[in-house]
Design a protein around this ligand. Sequence first.
Ligand code: ADP
Length: 491
Amino acid sequence: MNPNRSIRNILFVTSECYPLAKVGGLADVSSSLPRALAAKGLNVITLLPAYPGAQAQLENTRTLGSIDGPLLEPGLSLIEGTVKQTGQRVWLLQAPELYDRDGTPYADAHGHDWPDNWQRYAQLCRVACKIASGHVADWQPDLVHCNDWQTGLIPVLLKQASSAPPTLFTIHNLAYLGLFDGDIFGQLQLPASLWSFDALEFYGQFSYLKGGLGFADALTTVSPTYAKEIQTEAYGCGLDGLLRYRKKALTGILNGVDYETWSPETDSAIAFPYTSQSLTEKTKNKQYLQKQTGLASNPSEPLIGLISRLVEQKGIDLVIELIKAYADEPVQWTILGNGNADYERELKALADAHPSTISFTPGYDEQLAHQIEAGADFFLMPSRYEPCGLNQMYSLRYGTVPIVTPTGGLADTIVHTTPGTLDKKQATGFVTKGADLPSLKQTFKQALNIYKDKPAWLKLRRTGMQQDFSWEKSAAAYLQLYEKTLNAMTT
Ligand code: ADP
């Protein structure tokens, strides 16, 4: 065997990919990382389900043919194409009965998970394994890169196969365990020996995520701090024991930013492009945003932006309490998000009661997300845990100062403002002491004071705008890990 085999072909399997289907950060990573790897000379194919509207966003499409075999649903086929907007090479798994549905990839319009999610993603995994075994289109990957629970069965299935390529499994969010009733295990016709606490069983249920964590050859997560946190009981979601057991296989690699999509000088979604040397244009974006979201036009009051899934993880309850505490102060808020109905109701009530200072836009709106990044002064992200987080990094590039909690990727990317860090041009934002209301209030007050100190404020924004979180470094780290994993298999 050649111990220095280098990687050429990667199959990147995901359940979301911008702009074809996006629920959260996974979609952004699935768009950027494969392209960054392709730029390094790798031949990367991204495999995902053909959700509604996905194929229409491709060009140079061709049908790779139908896919059949044991335990595959009838009528599966693969379409190859290039994403028009980004140039990414993808294979879409077509199975209209499984994937051609309104709603999000995972849930119906009312937010209820599709009851057959176990089958929808088991089929994706089985097709990935068929490709991995070299049975599709004369192409075989050297390694399969899996992402989150939806792809968790791939490492499990490939470990049962002979001469299969190695797998790398990335944890984008450990809290989504991909849990199903135990009887699903029987329906999948997996070897009975896998129904055990040291394989796929998780407290009487079946966890797809646990499959990925237990069986992949290499594990990564999306920031060094989160890699440490998930090995503790507090953040481990019941899987910290397994992660401690596999700690030698686990690496934290920070996600990058796609600066082609997220740069204020070239962003076509914003009204007034700008750079760190033309921040007066940013003020025009602020006024534009105030108008767009119905806030009073006011260039001098601080405007706090937030774009998020409205879930407990993101500290939305803390945000609501902070807004209430400042409701009669000269501070404006603009919030975009969807998720938990109670949070949506509370935010709407606050916006209705204070229309000139608080705006809440329910739903998902890519264009408004860019306009908030460009127009807000601060970006609030008080997450209880945050595997990596992208918006704080986008905010830095837009000169929108992040206020974050000291967890996961937030801790790894934002340098708290003190007189010392400001002086050394290291400060990029505000990091609370903890994810609790008193800490958040204290840090928020400090942030508003810096906002009033114009020289400090300018220095802080400019330092943030100079930070470079491009994919280049992260893609190099993945490439190195792919090669290490492949060579560990072949030696
Ligand atoms: P997560 O993956 O936990 O949702 P990240 O910060 O990693 O959080 O990524 C979230 C991504 O989704 C960002 O690109 C963010 O701008 C986007 N996003 C979240 N909610 C919305 C929304 N309501 N409208 C537009 N974009 C959103």
